[in-house]
Ligand binder design. Sequence first.
Ligand code: ASP
Length: 324
Amino acid sequence: MLLKKITLLGAAVACAVVAGSAFAAYPDKPISVIVPFAAGGPTDVVARSLAQAMGLQIKGSMIVENVGGAGGTIGAGKVARAPGDGYTLLFHHIGMSTAPSLYRKLDFKPLEDFIPIGAVVDVPMTLIAKPQMTQTNLKDLLAYIRVNKEKINLANAGIGAASHLCGLLLQNAMKTELTTVPFSGTAPAITALLGGNVDILCDQSTNTTGQIKAGKVKAYAVTSKNKLANFPDLPPLASELPGFEVGVWHILYAPKNTPADVITKLQAGLQAAVKDPGFVSKMKDLGAEIMPADRQTSAGAKALLAAEIIKWSPIIQAAKAYAD
Ligand code: ASP
């Protein structure tokens, strides 16, 4: 009997040692960070900067993989079904909270299938237009859209993308229906805009800042409540459409069942990465705001996601903007 107890104790100690050493070794191979949009877009830009800064912190390599399509739901679904071993993560934005209302058939549950590691940045959006647009200010652009609504093509990065949400709010606020043209991410949408193949796009400043500063697209407004330091000449959309405000928050997730010690290590890496001076200055240049410390945690990020799911549901239902 005593011998059996000792053997059992020995086995438990051995297990603890194995588990401990497995964790100590994490990560011992590259971590794939799925971005559910095309490469070169605003979510991708932030994900790549974070992956670089965070990889240094956790002493491992974090490789961004783009799985675009259906407004981010294809990439998110892929991570929901991935093993919870810390080697497949998801970097997604506000679309995680709008998808359950937009998609009546969604193959993942945002609050149940993932463990948020922490929220990273909040990014304002900008209303931009093709270079050929002749209107010189927001008021004139909105008037032009109202009169020419049959002709206007509003681009987005797919149903459920932040650009889709912004376009939805714009059409609602203007009480105007426009033809929307979905892409697999902002990068191809901007290419179409630059070529004059679509007319307008509302998208994150993390991608549009460079195009606006280089004068390659026409810029008309920001979606933040107040003007932004990066664009002192651009009015908030709310100056013409009262109450219009949308910001694109981003969260890093692991699939459910990821061990708690892996989450803890990733969370510490995220919290240190967002203080990295290189990351901080890049985000500042692109108009992104680092999330407050209490959101850089699993609990804080989950509370944000849960609150946003509740916030957007009635707005999307009122707009009847379903994907199916
Ligand atoms: N900005 C895109 C969106 O509208 C996604 C992306 O390409 O990053 O959600």
